[in-house]
Design a protein around this ligand. Structure first.
Ligand code: HEC
Length: 154
């Protein structure tokens, strides 16, 4: 191997080792159970279970970080994803949403789940326990849709 390539590879390896010292913050933000969508809208148990298993790792303050999230730069990517997901929709903070926002998020939830955009493939690929069947997908989507009438969209 030519010396230049060797030097570049060693450089990359050193960087890879060094970034392992940059840990992501795995502390979950505090959450008030009375503000959680499951407390407020009381979905049937089977749907609540699906949401906890398949959505809460990203869209709540109850993220569980598996062991492989210890490895950088994978950990950075995961953390950034969770921040983005919580920013869009945080089921733990449902009670703080305005009517308009809640209505809109339910509509998005309906569409995203029905069309199969949520769950992200990169997630179900690793979390095989959170794969949902077509029937479950439909019931969850319909449940989101039915909840919309509780909120005033204006
Ligand atoms: C692996 C992380 C992850 C999981 C698991 C996940 N989501 Fe998401 N979700 C995201 C990210 C990131 C975004 C924002 C980017 C985008 O729209 O693709 C998002 C966006 C959304 C949005 C759109 C919100 C808006 O206003 O734009 C909805 C609704 C949603 N997710 C619902 C769900 C539901 C319901 C589940 C469970 C069935 C779920 N998600 C599971 C990461 C996730």
């Amino acid at each position: 191997m030519n010396r230049r390539i060797k030097r570049i590879l060693i450089g990359l390896l050193v960087i890879l080792v060094l970034i392992q010292f940059i840990r992501i913050d795995k502390r979950n933000p505090p959450s008030d159970p009375t503000q959680d969508i499951i407390t407020i809208l009381q979905p049937p148990d089977d749907l609540a279970q699906i949401m906890k298993v398949s959505c809460y790792d990203c869209h709540s303050n109850h993220t569980v970080y598996p062991w492989y999230t210890n490895f950088a730069p994978f950990s950075f990517w995961i953390k950034q994803h969770i921040n983005e997901a919580r920013g869009h929709l945080n089921f733990s903070e449902w009670g703080t949403y305005t009517d308009k926002r809640a209505h809109h998020k339910l509509e998005e939830g309906y569409e995203m789940v029905l069309e199969g955009h949520m769950l992200l493939p990169s997630y179900t690929w690793i979390h095989s326990e959170s794969v949902i069947t077509d029937d479950q997908r439909k019931s969850l989507a319909t449940w989101f849709q039915n909840q919309m009438s509780r909120y005033n969209p204006e």
